[in-house]
Design a protein around this ligand. Structure first.
Ligand code: ZN
Length: 202
């Protein structure tokens, strides 16, 4: 592990992170932080699905996150499950000082986990589509329009910058260990999971 990922309970995960200036973004320490976050995110893939990492998760209260969803991460996942989640590869990307706006009213409900809540997952409703405006790693303005799993990743990571965790948004009756998820629920349609867990689908 290149950087230590802090776990729920660490104060840094509950504070609003601060914005970075253009000069700070281009500075050597922040460029190095981005590189280390990229390496750390990739290393986590050995045992957990880390498709995004926000700076507060490595102890830095900065409005910065890295995202990457590679095709190899979902090798072996059935095509219909990927299609249901609208999940396709997302190239490595850095978002700085992002502002997120939902696009449309539609939401989707799926299980998600977090590298700062190791070993657990829960059903979390998220906007199906979002627009994100912010800066890239060169401090240039970028606008991202995303839907499906990509939109979910952005919402999850940008929540971290506001001191929010998925447990704040989850359907609490669906909170479970990753092992139980894989054993009992992973293969079942979400409507069936909701019925079995006593959850009224939102
Ligand atoms: Zn997270």
């Amino acid at each position: 592990m290149k950087l230590k990922i802090v776990q729920a309970g660490d104060p840094v995960l509950r504070q609003a992170a601060r914005e970075l200036s253009h000069d700070e973004i281009r500075s050597a320490p922040v460029q190095q932080l981005i590189e280390l976050m990229r390496e750390t995110m990739r290393e986590t893939m050995r045992d957990a699905p880390g498709v995004g990492l926000a700076a507060p998760q490595v102890g830095e209260p900065l409005r910065l996150a890295v995202i990457e969803d590679r095709a190899e991460y979902v090798a072996g996942v059935p095509g219909d499950r990927l299609a249901e989640r609208e999940r396709s590869p997302v190239p490595f990307q850095v978002v700085v000082n992002p502002r997120l706006t939902p696009v449309g009213e539609e939401t989707r409900l799926f299980f998600e986990g977090c590298l700062s809540l190791t070993g657990f997952v829960a059903l979390v409703p998220r906007a199906l589509a979002v627009r994100v405006e912010g800066l890239n790693a060169r401090a240039e303005p970028v606008e991202i329009v995303a839907r499906g799993w990509y939109a979910r990743i952005l919402q999850h990571e940008i929540d971290h910058l506001d001191g929010r965790l998925y447990v704040d948004r989850m359907l609490t009756r669906s909170f479970m260990t990753d092992a139980a998820y894989r054993r009992h629920w992973q293969e079942r349609p979400i409507e069936e999971v909701c019925a079995a867990l006593g959850i009224a689908p939102p």
